[in-house]
Design a binder for this molecule. Structure first.
Ligand code: S3P
Length: 456
């Protein structure tokens, strides 16, 4: 389709990469656009009547797959420059039936949100992806969609991809309590509910990222959000709005900023600035945790860009200490545990990360992958139930890390290698393009020592 569809993570032979002990990291840059908002920008463009302008889009493989799916459902997507796109949409209720399989590659978010879109329309589509996506549980999405009237025509055992989903032209409005805190489940139900005559209600016990609700309101839908229970939210959407195209400016992704942030904290003498990082409170759990650990991070120039709070983060190398991270914080930092485990390896004492059960069903079993990576690099740790406990101290490194088609495992252990005593090698860097295509260049620009083969 253009941009980074040629940078696809698929089918290539594994590309190992080594990170070695680096001198102080110095410099500043703006991390790439937020992945969650980028997926949604394409999807809301598809569901609006008219032309949606997008700037700052993440041109990673995951988002490009969602773009391809939007095309297959009738949208016209045009690239006008780096991160600048327009989407000529079809409108709620007017999608075309895709002629080919929707291949989402590695993208859990893209596939699950688009299941919601298809489930609420009179189209049938086949959803598939790579070996990682084929392992991920989809019943959590299909169950509410079936309650709304969609039909699962075919599925791999355990409700996995490939999945053939037949949507309904009149989805039933439902009240749905999500079984786990998941913005993907919430979003799929709301997106299906858009084409419903009536009100769709989603209840969540722990608030998950709210980009879908914000964009629904931004594009003209009537959506009410209220507190529910101690930490939760109730979201009520009025069906059948006519979504109007609205410009979308995508802020820098805090989940990508997490990697240079932790790298600068653990590489002695470092000082970097990360510009325009999204500060949505449902995404800043890692920042909160690192500050508790004693990180020297200053938050400057708080402002609003494209409807989200952003700020410039100045990060200086710091002496960290272990902390106890409550399970209730998990939804606001669900993708950041692998890199937090790396920070914990360099922190004095013990860090306990509680309630990580959802990590087992991400792009890989992240709990197992992190534990194996820590073991390979001589770091004391244990997994007790759903908690990960890491004991910091000197980090020997020298390990080979299996990434299991998981971009965040790849980037986390490369960051570990920048400050460990001996170089760290990951088995494959290919998946990094799914979320942070410029990772290697941006990090090298700060002074990170990467080498394609052998030691750094
Ligand atoms: C996302 C939600 C999270 C997160 C994923 C992006 C989203 O997944 O892990 O990377 O954009 O809605 P869950 O909702 O399954 O926790």
């Amino acid at each position: 389709m253009s941009a980074s569809s040629d940078a696809s993570a698929h089918g290539a032979t594994p590309q190992p990469l080594t990170a070695g002990r680096s001198g102080p990291l110095r410099g500043r840059f703006k991390p790439p656009g937020d992945k969650s908002i980028s997926h949604r920008a394409f999807i809301f463009g598809l569901l609006s009547v008219g032309v949606t302008d997008i700037e700052g889009l993440l041109e990673g493989d995951d988002v490009m797959r969602t773009g391809e799916a939007c095309r297959a459902l009738g949208a016209t997507l045009t690239r006008h420059g780096p991160g600048r796109w327009t989407v000529q949409g079809m409108g709620v209720g007017s999608l075309l039936e895709p002629k080919t399989t929707l291949d989402f590659g590695n993208a859990g978010t893209g596939s699950r949100l688009m299941m919601g879109v298809v489930g609420g329309h009179a189209v049938t589509a086949t959803f598939d992806g790579d070996a990682s996506l084929r392992k991920r549980p989809m019943r959590r999405i299909l169950d509410p969609l079936e309650a709304m009237g969609a039909r699962v025509v075919d599925q791999a055992p355990g409700g996995r991809c490939p999945i053939v989903l037949e949507g309904t032209s009149e989805p039933l409005p439902i009240d749905y309590e999500t079984p786990v805190a998941s913005a993907q489940i919430k979003s799929a139900v709301l997106l299906a509910g858009l084409n419903s005559f009536g009100r769709t209600t989603v209840l969540e016990r722990e608030a998950s990222r709210d980009h879908t609700e914000k964009m629904l309101a931004h594009f003209g839908a009537t959506v009410h959000v209220a507190p529910w229970g101690e930490h939760g939210r109730k979201i009520v959407l009025e069906g059948r709005p006519e979504l109007k195209p609205r410009p979308v400016s995508v802020p820098a992704d805090p989940s990508s900023a997490a990697f240079p942030m932790v790298a600068a904290l653990i590489v002695p003498g470092s000082e970097i600035v990360l510009e325009s990082v999204m500060m949505n409170p449902l995404r800043t759990g890692l920042l909160t945790t690192l500050l508790e650990m004693g990180a020297d991070i200053t938050v400057d120039g708080r402002r609003t860009e494209g409807g989200e709070d952003v700020a410039d983060l100045r990060i200086r190398a710091s002496r960290l200490h272990g902390v106890d991270v409550p399970a209730s914080r998990a939804p606001s930092m669900i993708d950041e545990y692998p890199i937090l485990a790396v920070a914990a390896a360099f922190a004095a004492g013990e860090t306990r990360m509680r309630g990580l059960q959802e990590l087992r069903v991400k792009e890989s079993d992240r709990l197992a992958a992190v534990a194996a990576g820590l073991a390979a690099n001589g770091i004391r740790h244990s997994v007790v139930g759903d908690d990960l406990i890491v004991t910091g101290g000197p980090v020997p490194g020298g390990g080979s890390v299996e990434t299991h088609l998981d971009h965040r495992i790849a980037m986390s252990f490369l960051c570990l290698g920048l400050a460990a005593e001996r170089p760290v090698t990951i088995d494959d860097e290919a998946m990094i393009v799914t979320s942070f295509p410029t990772f290697k260049g941006s990090m090298a620009g700060l002074g990170a020592a990467f080498a394609q083969e052998g030691g750094a």
